[in-house]
Design a protein around this ligand. Structure first.
Ligand code: SF4
Length: 287
């Protein structure tokens, strides 16, 4: 881990990334791809130590309230966050300035900040997004080795439900010959229904591979799934999009299930839901 003083923190799309790099160890991680030009080892987390101060200044001068997102490029609840508490401070600042928050993570450490999230949600809107890929707990420990397993993430969703904090689940990626099967999808969808999530984000049954993450993924396959990397090379070559043979069938199961349980499965509608800042705060501050 190393520390930097960042120049800016809020992207044009109102997203923040407090950390760069990740230690959760997901074997399929796209953020490892060479195109992101990371100038340090992926596990050597870059910490933007002045992120809260930058965000405070930025939000103080921002005229229109909106949702502030975090978690798209790296997890805001890395183990390092336990001590550093930068994500927590940023949430406090979001709350102080009356903005909304949309947080994406795989870690149950988010439960530490549940009171702040509940308060943001009462004031305007907070949405907790959790990624779940693998229902089988043993398999989950192989594909996402350094973060809590899916069952614990489901428990975190249930805690959010108790506090009326809306949730969205990212069902992504599905790894051909590993978790791209009906049994896995059914288990994950049952978790979503029980937690009464607002929606699921699923771009299709498959994953993306490009230089950097492909090599890492194949070496993990060689370690844990003997012979599978050869099958991938044969079937997919150097393709960026790796689409499962079960894509059509599983997507139709997913869409049907979501319709039946009142969960948004349309990607655009899901992103609209995540980005929409409710006008209730604007109205309150007007009066
Ligand atoms: S949590 Fe996200 S950023 Fe971290 S290793 Fe997994 S996929 Fe990559």
């Amino acid at each position: 881990m190393h520390f930097v003083e960042a120049k800016g923190i809020l992207s044009a799309a109102n997203g923040i990334n407090i950390y760069r790099g990740c230690t959760h160890g997901c074997i399929y991680c796209d953020s490892r791809s060479s195109c992101y030009n990371m100038d340090h080892a992926f596990e050597d987390i870059e910490v933007k130590i002045n992120a809260p101060q930058l965000l405070d200044k930025k939000l103080a001068s921002k005229r229109k309230k909106c949702m502030i997102g975090t978690g798209s490029m790296c997890d805001p609840y890395l183990p390092a966050e336990k001590e550093l508490k930068l994500t927590q401070q940023c949430l406090d600042i979001i709350e102080k300035h009356g903005f909304g928050a949309a947080v994406l993570t795989k870690s149950d450490l988010i439960l530490r900040d549940i009171d702040i999230l509940a308060s943001i949600n009462e004031q305007s809107k907070a949405v907790v997004q959790i990624t779940m890929t693998t229902f089988d707990e043993e398999l989950c420990r192989i594909v996402e080795p350094n973060v809590c397993t899916t069952k614990r993430r489901f428990e975190a969703l249930m805690e959010m439900k108790k506090r009326n904090i809306p949730t969205v689940v990212w069902l992504s990626p599905f790894l051909p010959y590993i978790n791209d099967n009906e049994e896995n999808l059914a288990g994950l969808l049952e978790y979503c229904a029980e937690a009464e999530v607002k929606g699921v984000v699923c771009f299709g049954i498959g994953l993306t591979l490009r230089n950097g993450n492909r090599e890492y993924y194949y070496s993990a396959l060689d370690k844990h799934f003997h012979g599978l990397s050869d099958i991938y090379r044969r079937e997919y070559g150097n393709s960026y999009e790796i689409v499962s043979r079960n894509n059509k069938k599983l997507m139709s199961i997913l869409n049907e299930f979501c319709d039946k349980h009142n969960m948004i499965s349309d990607i655009n509608k899901c992103f609209s839901y995540l980005n929409d800042y409710p006008d209730k705060y604007e109205q309150l501050s007007f009066f």
